[in-house]
Ligand binder design. Structure first.
Ligand code: S3P
Length: 448
């Protein structure tokens, strides 16, 4: 079962400085894609460093249900024996994607142009999230979707028997939508074209090219125009999943706000479509340096070194940077509490349809901790209180959202009084070793 069990309340309090090396787990986006593309290749894809978080485990189970052989060899080493593009079989049962929007949306795309029927469901968070953004473009291929009101899960998709190639301009900046369309386009004769005005994470494009698909990206006045030629035979790959910059954000930000800290987070991908938070922190005056910069698997990688930064200033985060740090606004809002001045975050309405409404979740919890937070539909603003300035002393709701839970716990490590989250259980979806990893750095984290 992927549903979270009994709530796990957890409390963080300030204590010793954070010191040491934080080896964060594999990238969640790349882990999902490794399993899905591996399942669509012919032959055996071998993966090392796979994130063994619940979201990815749910995708592994789904790939088995569609007919791929997925084997866990231990220690993050996995193999996927794929069934080829168009080779998915019809699952015997409902596909439960747990908490994962990426999982369900990419898998919907991957099955949408094969003549099979599948029903998808998830936890209370996922079943509340909009799926129309994916099923609308999939309908253009000829895929039918029957869901609950508002295009919510549970939902049944009937794959197109005779799909036609699609040209689609995405109305929302979403890598999940883009990826669903590209994966659907794999089993269609001709060119599928996705146009995105704002660049979103490009792992699907890079990995499709790596698996041998013909895919081209052009910058035009319309934005990024991505053209995929359908019906390739995908070649199995050896994939070393890089460490997740979105997980790295937590020990990095903790080190910046906990007095006396000095933490090294090695081997973090700095793909420009993912690295917006680190740029923002450096603009705020964070003592965050990139050491040992190198290229691995075609991606820029560095060891991040973060030290306590008492002189950070709030900034206006450029809205055009939003897609490259969309998952990092909750933890940025925590750092902003410990900076001087206002941190202004604009053009972020996508935050309202994540695992939770992340603006509302953070605003309410931070206000309960004594912070000053203003918000509108697509913006929010935190007025900083300087180093050690956040009172804390509240219990915050994690709302089935891993990043909300981790953000409040990091806040508690630097606040004047302890901060509790009502349920740290969701953290296992993306960062199953968060508790021991932060503990080893010296954080005072306790289950209540
Ligand atoms: C993801 C895309 C983003 C991000 C999510 C992972 C992906 O979602 O928030 O955590 O792997 O494609 P959107 O595409 O909805 O912005």
């Amino acid at each position: 079962m992927s549903a979270h069990g009994k709530p796990i309340p957890m409390t963080a309090r300030s204590g010793a400085p954070l010191h040491g090396v934080a080896e964060v787990p594999g990238d969640k986006s790349i882990s999902h894609r490794s399993l899905i593309l591996g399942a669509m290749a012919v032959g055996e894809t071998r993966i090392t460093g796979l994130l063994e978080g619940q979201d990815v485990l749910d995708t592994a189970r789904a790939m088995r249900a569609f007919g791929a052989e997925v084997t866990d060899h231990g220690g993050g080493a996995w193999s996927v024996h794929g069934v080829g593009v168009g080779g998915f079989g019809e699952p015997d049962d409902v596909i439960d994607c747990g908490n994962s929007g990426t999982g369900v949306r990419l898998i919907m795309g991957a099955m949408a142009t094969t003549p099979i029927t599948a029903t998808f469901t998830g936890d209370a968070s996922l079943n509340g999230r909009p799926m129309g953004r994916v099923t609308d473009p999939l309908a253009l291929f000829g895929t039918a979707a029957y869901g609950r009101r508002g295009g919510r899960l549970p939902m049944t998709l009937v794959g197109a028997a005779d799909p036609v190639a699609v040209r689609y301009a995405t109305p929302v900046p979403s890598a999940q939508v883009k990826s669903a369309i590209l994966l659907a386009g794999l089993n269609v004769r001709g060119d599928t074209v996705v146009i995105e005005r704002e660049a979103t994470r490009d792992h699907t494009e890079r990995m499709l090219a790596g698996f041998g698909a013909k895919i081209e990206v052009e910058e035009t006045h319309e934005g990024h125009v991505i053209t995929l030629t359908g019906q390739p035979e995908l070649q199995p790959q050896e994939i070393a999943v890089p460490r997740d910059p979105s997980s790295a954000a937590f020990p990095v930000c903790a080190a910046l706000i906990v007095e006396g800290s000095d933490v090294l987070v090695p081997g973090i991908g700095l793909n420009p479509t993912r690295a917006g938070l680190f740029t923002t922190l450096r603009e705020m005056g964070a003592d965050l340096t990139y050491e040992n910069e190198r290229t691995e698997g075609g991606e820029p990688v560095a060891d991040l070194r973060a030290r306590f930064s008492p002189d950070m200033k709030g900034i206006a985060v450029p809205p055009e940077r939003a897609a490259s740090m969309i998952d990092e606004y909750p933890i940025l809002s925590v750092v902003a509490c410990f900076a001087e001045g206002v941190t202004d975050m604009q053009g972020v309405k996508e935050l309202r349809v994540k695992e939770s409404d992340r603006i509302d979740a953070m605003a309410q919890g931070l206000r309960a901790c004594g912070a000053i937070v203003d918000e509108g539909e697509d913006w929010w603003r935190v007025t900083g209180m300087g180093p050690g300035g956040l009172p804390g002393g509240a219990t915050c709701a994690s709302r089935l959202d891993h990043r909300i839970a981790m953000s409040f716990l990091i806040a508690g490590m630097a606040a004047q009084a302890a901060v509790t989250v009502d349920d740290a259980g969701p953290i296992t979806t993306s960062f199953p070793i968060f508790e021991p990893l932060m503990g080893a750095l010296g954080a005072d984290l306790r289950r209540d």
